[in-house]
Ligand binder design. Structure first.
Ligand SMILES: NC(=O)c1ccc[n+]([C@@H]2O[C@H](COP(=O)([O-])OP(=O)(O)OC[C@H]3O[C@@H](n4cnc5c(N)ncnc54)[C@H](OP(=O)(O)O)[C@@H]3O)[C@@H](O)[C@H]2O)c1
Length: 302
């Protein structure tokens, strides 16, 4: 019963994992943000493409239902960016419809080369979401980070943000990400990590543990392409041992069982998928040996 042993270890006192509501069956697993100890469910929600639905009222309402299901099943962290077209107003529409859920952990980005325009962009984003302040503000793809970070850290000191971070994806600029992680007092780093994209395991994830930086794993499904490739193959027997109902949950369990990962942020336009994805934050987690097997099995199929 190595998975049970693993989950006992992960959920144990002093371990990085905790149950979102101890004692409640099927509560979401959480991880502590190292900078504060705040617990976050290990599965969040991305918004790139899936929430970029423009002014189409029916599509916006469908996204609101995804967000409703996300909160109803214990989700907290939603990630967006000024880069994601109409995704920010779509999130705002959903939050307004749900009466501004108290559980929300808002993760936004500043994405403008002209650093002087950063404050105005953050204010526009805030208006789109309809929140008082963002929980996390990340410098998107390191664009202008030297100029943005001092301002974001100042905003944090003034209580206008709670956490500051940086992002990258698809293995880009890892050397620069590492430099920022080593030299700047950031709380979060966001990067691509999944069983088929494991470069972050080499340096960035160990460094995040060492520097006590929370990690958000983006592109868990390679924008859906990973699941499409895997869908051609039967899920191996270990998936049932982990309580997975298919590849999506297996991929997410692989990601969030890395000790450095705080949260994975799959994006979806479908209620059934958001419920399925949050389901990966429940039940047994793979230990190191099974994680290696999952990675090998995925690599052999994509
Ligand atoms: N540099 C950066 O800062 C950066 C870069 C990339 C991404 N991100 C963040 O990371 C988030 C996630 O990355 P991503 O949007 O590229 O893609 P992703 O989460 O890897 O994949 C999303 C795709 O997977 C499908 N999907 C989701 N759940 C599924 C399930 N249970 N079963 C089957 N299909 C499922 C979705 O289709 P359906 O709609 O049909 O479910 C969608 O097409 C982004 O939305 C964004 O917030 C940040």
């Amino acid at each position: 019963m190595r998975q049970q042993a693993a989950i006992a270890l992960l959920a144990g006192a002093g371990g990085p994992f905790a149950s979102a509501a101890r004692g409640q069956a099927a509560a979401l697993l959480t991880r502590a943000v190292p900078a504060s100890g705040e617990l976050l469910p290990v599965v969040g929600l991305g918004t790139w493409i899936t929430f970029n639905v423009g002014a189409d009222a029916r599509a916006r309402d469908a996204c609101a239902e995804v967000v409703r299901a996300f909160f109803a099943h214990g989700g907290r962290l939603i990630d967006s960016s000024p880069m994601y077209g109409s995704s920010q107003p779509t999130v705002g529409h959903a939050l307004a419809r749900l009466g501004s859920p108290a559980a929300l952990f808002s993760a936004e980005k500043v994405w403008v080369g002209d650093v002087a325009r950063g404050a105005a962009q953050i204010e526009t984003s805030r208006a789109h979401w309809g929140v008082q302040r963002f929980d996390l503000m990340q410098v998107h793809n390191l664009l202008g980070w030297e100029g943005h970070l001092p301002r974001l850290l100042q905003m944090k000191a003034e209580g206008r943000l709670r956490y500051v971070g940086i992002t990258t994806s698809e293995g880009r600029r890892h050397a620069e990400i590492e430099r920022v992680m080593r030299t700047q007092p950031i709380d979060f780093v966001q990067l691509t990590y999944n069983p088929a994209d494991r470069e972050a395991e080499q340096r960035l994830l160990p460094l995040a543990l060492e520097r006590r930086i929370a990690v958000i794993a983006n592109r868990p499904f390679r924008e859906g392409a990973l699941l499409q490739s895997l869908a051609r193959h039967k899920v191996p027997g270990w998936a049932a041992e982990l309580g997975c109902d298919g590849w999506a949950q297996a991929v997410l369990k692989f990601i969030v069982s890395h000790p450095a990962v705080t949260c994975a942020i799959p994006a979806t336009s479908q209620v059934a998928h958001v419920v399925q994805n949050l389901g990966a934050a429940r039940g047994p987690m793979p230990d190191a040996a099974l994680r290696a097997r999952i990675a090998a099995d995925v690599a052999a199929r994509v």
